[in-house]
Each structure stands twice: as C-alpha cells, then as structure tokens.
Design a binder for this molecule. Structure first.
Ligand code: GAR
Length: 201
C-alpha cells in the first residue's frame, strides 16, 4: 500500500506543489498525497491542489481554541489514513494532542538555518541580523515554534544586494528540493533520533 501524505497549509502552497510534483514524478517512491488541508479560506494552495485533482478540505481556525481546532484536523487526517503530515507554510503551532497523534510523523519546513530566526519573516530577520549565510531546514515537529529534531538543512548565501524578497526567492528554490529529500529520508526509515539529533543507521 502507498504511504499517504497529508499536507497542511495556510497560503501560497509552493512547497506543497513541489512535493506533489515529486510524488507524480516518482521521486518519492510509493507515496501519494491523500489530502490537503488549509486553515484559511481562499488559500491559493487549496486551488493548486484542486487543479491537480487532489482532495482538499478547508477547516477554518479563526476563533477556535488550539486543541479544539487540532482535534478536527486530526480526525480528517485519520479518516484519510495519513501516514505522514507535512506542514507547508501552515502558520500555526500544534497542540500536544496533535503532536502525540502522529509521533515522529509530522514535518515542517522553515526558511532559515534553525535554530536561527524562528517565527515569522525569517528572511527579513536574517538580513536585519546581518548573517552572511542563511538557508532552510526541514525538521520534526513538536509543540514549540520551528523546533524539533532537524532532518535536512541547506545553506544559502546572503548577498549585499539582497532584499527579503530576493533572499526568500533563492531560499524557496532550496526549500522545494529539501522537503522532498526529508520525506524520502523519513519514509526510508534508515535513521534514529538520539536526543535532538537525527542520525543515519
Ligand atoms: C515557506 O517559505 C516556508 O518555509 C514558510 O512559509 C513559506 C510558505 O510558502 N514557513 C514558515 O515560515 C514556518 N515557520 P509556500 O506556501 O509557498 O510553501
């Protein structure tokens, strides 16, 4: 049986689309995207998923207590028999309930070399701090913001001429590559987690 991926997003959905492309091209063997869920009405990522014929669900989060919301999302992910949850620009913290529902099977991508610059506008944070290198990270998700053991990282040089937008664009290209790499590592299963370290076996 194919491994089933559930994608959660809040906006544009370019990381979702990169994963979808790589699934379609066979770069993530024996996998399929079972469902794309957005917490925001009108997220462009939902339209992208529909255009690919992938099942979608909008579950609005506004005004709901975190765990109440997460219970709704986890119920859909279970109904769809999802094996791996990929957060792709899903701008919400997960409750302990959600994290415990998919132990070591929730991934997130973030546009910085974590633990530097968690949270919003990571690329702007990098420029304002004056780092010469930034990049992106895919990590397992825990209850904390952009935390959890790191699976793949890649550096991107910060240029003197960069704006947050130009830096974000170069980082995004790498995000699209490393998210698939991380999914392959997790599905491949040849790793173990030692404390915060994800090490190959
Ligand atoms: C991506 O750059 C992703 O790394 C970032 O949001 C963007 C979503 O773009 N995520 C975070 O900042 C998480 N803290 P996308 O919707 O086109 O994939």
């Amino acid at each position: 049986m194919k491994k089933r991926i559930g994608v959660l997003l809040s906006g544009r959905g370019s990381n979702f689309e990169a994963i979808a492309e790589n699934v379609a091209a066979g770069h993530i063997p024996n996998a399929e995207i079972a469902i794309v869920i957005s917490n925001r009405e009108g997220a462009p990522g939902i339209e992208r998923a529909r255009a690919r014929g992938i099942e979608t669900r909008v579950i609005p989060s506004k005004g709901l207590e975190r765990e109440v919301y997460d219970r709704q999302v986890v119920a859909v992910l279970r109904e769809k028999q999802v094996d791996l949850v990929c957060l792709a620009g899903f701008m919400r913290l997960l409750s302990p309930y959600f994290v415990a529902a998919f132990p070591q099977h929730i991934l997130n991508i973030h546009p910085s070399l974590l633990p530097s610059f968690p949270g919003l506008e990571a690329q702007r944070q990098a420029l304002e701090h004056g780092v010469k290198w930034s990049g992106c990270s895919v990590h397992f998700v825990d209850e904390n913001l952009d935390a959890g053991p790191i699976i793949v990282q890649t550096p991107v040089e910060v240029l003197d001429t960069d704006t947050p937008e130009t830096l974000a664009a170069r980082i995004l290209k790498e995000e699209h590559r490393i998210y698939t790499e991380a999914v392959r590592i997790v599905f491949g299963g040849r790793f173990r987690i030692e404390g915060r370290r994800v090490v190959g076996v």
